[in-house]
Design a binder for this molecule. Structure first.
Ligand SMILES: Cc1cc2nc3c(=O)[nH]c(=O)nc-3n(C[C@H](O)[C@H](O)[C@H](O)COP(=O)(O)OP(=O)(O)OC[C@H]3O[C@@H](n4cnc5c(N)ncnc54)[C@H](O)[C@@H]3O)c2cc1C
Length: 354
């Protein structure tokens, strides 16, 4: 059987590894000259998002056969709203590197692969379809689903980020919420090491040309003075993809809108969708059915995103006050309560009605 995979990111490589385990060597097309793109950044696997799964990293390994190593455990989350601060500690998840380095997730997956990747090749679906039995789209982009009329936007924003140098806690994730700089987005600082970190702003309802002003306003007001190294700007779109299997074509990861809509987390679902695409191809079964269980969580994240879009700055302050009540902080961060499922209850604790 001839299988093509467009994109050597998390979904594409997870699909390729699973196919290989079953004796199918796919052709993998990647637009860049290496796995992981050009810009390094940090991503987190936050246990809270994936509940009731007790440990999403173990889950990916045991239940999906994908083995990836974090660079550090995530043990501390510090949140700032305009007038409040809240801190949570515990076994909160994992910190991973993305990008060109040999430590990045994509480099780790590439190392496990036998198939050779066709680098520097921008592949198009229509060009590949005549030559392959199945084509897996793993481009990380909504473009194809949009062209096919299968996509509805949920949350659009710009991401302006940089690698920064300074002194950092290697297991802490710092988050800022503030409508003045980010509108309905947020910012985070997450460490590569004790000397290097990713500083990333996610800004909604802004023109690309005004991004720099927002970035600078954030740095100046919060008195952030790290040395900025490589920077990047990209558009971030979460949405709903109404059909993910179209004839011989399978959409995975971000191309299938499998990134959740609150923080833009998509690692876990990208890996699972890649594995499920491979299994559906091997077994000749329905891919849509295999990934249907992801839809409930994605829907919950859309509901929470809508609530967050209605937040004012004072609501973020109130939310952080909730996190500062020790039993609630414990319940939210140190148990296995499915917060996404029950988020409405926590929103009700915020006094003015949204
Ligand atoms: C700054 C940032 C921070 C993030 N933080 C988190 C986080 O903390 N936690 C989390 O879970 N998720 C996070 N995410 C989201 C997560 O990285 C994505 O959801 C995940 O990488 C999606 O995987 P994918 O395989 O669908 O796409 P990608 O990983 O984007 O891979 C797509 C690949 O396809 C290639 N490609 C595209 N078009 C073509 C073409 N036509 N031909 C050939 N190759 C092509 C690209 O070059 C790329 O290598 C973050 C994303 C960003 C950008």
């Amino acid at each position: 059987m001839r299988v093509a995979i467009i994109g050597a990111g998390l979904a594409g490589l997870s699909c390729a590894l699973t196919l290989e385990k079953h004796g199918i060597i796919p052709d993998i097309y990647e637009q860049f000259d290496r796995c992981g793109g050009r810009v390094p950044f940090i991503i987190c696997l936050l246990q809270l998002i994936h509940r009731p799964v007790p440990d999403p990293l173990v889950d990916l390994n045991i239940n999906y056969g994908i083995n990836i190593r974090p660079i550090n455990p995530l043990k501390k989350i510090i949140r700032f709203s305009p007038n409040k601060m809240a801190r949570s500690e515990g076994q909160l998840g994992y910190i991973f590197e993305m990008g060109p380095s040999s430590r990045s997730i994509t480099s780790q997956l590439c190392e496990q692969l036998s198939a050779r990747i066709k680098f520097n090749t921008v592949a198009g679906l229509n060009q590949l379809l005549p030559d392959y039995d199945r084509v897996v789209v793993a481009t990380g982009s909504p473009n194809l689903a949009k062209e096919l009329g299968l996509w509805t936007d949920v949350f659009r924003c710009w991401v302006r980020g940089a690698v920064v140098e300074g002194d950092f806690d290697p297991s802490a994730w710092v988050i800022w919420f503030n409508k003045t700089y980010f509108n309905n987005g947020y910012a985070y600082l997450a460490p590569f090491s004790s000397k290097k970190a990713s500083l990333v702003t996610i800004i909604s309802d802004v023109l690309e040309k005004d991004l720099e002003t927002h970035w600078q306003m954030f740095l100046d007001t919060e008195k952030i003075e790290y040395r900025e190294k490589e920077s990047f700007i990209l558009e971030h779109i979460s949405g709903v993809c109404h059909q993910k299997e179209i004839g011989k074509t399978i959409l995975t990861g971000n191309s299938a809108a499998l990134m959740e809509a609150v923080f833009g987390f998509g690692l876990y679902n990208a890996v699972i969708s890649g594995v499920m695409a491979a299994q559906a191809i091997i077994e000749n079964t329905s891919y849509e059915e295999k990934i249907a269980f992801l839809n409930k969580k994605l829907h919950q994240s859309i509901l929470l995103r809508r609530r967050l879009n209605a937040f004012k700055d004072r609501n973020y302050d109130q939310l952080l006050e909730v996190f500062n009540i020790p039993p609630l902080n414990h319940l939210i961060y140190n148990t296995n309560l499915d917060i996404l499922k029950h988020h409405a209850i926590f929103s009700e604790l915020i006094s003015d009605k949204l």
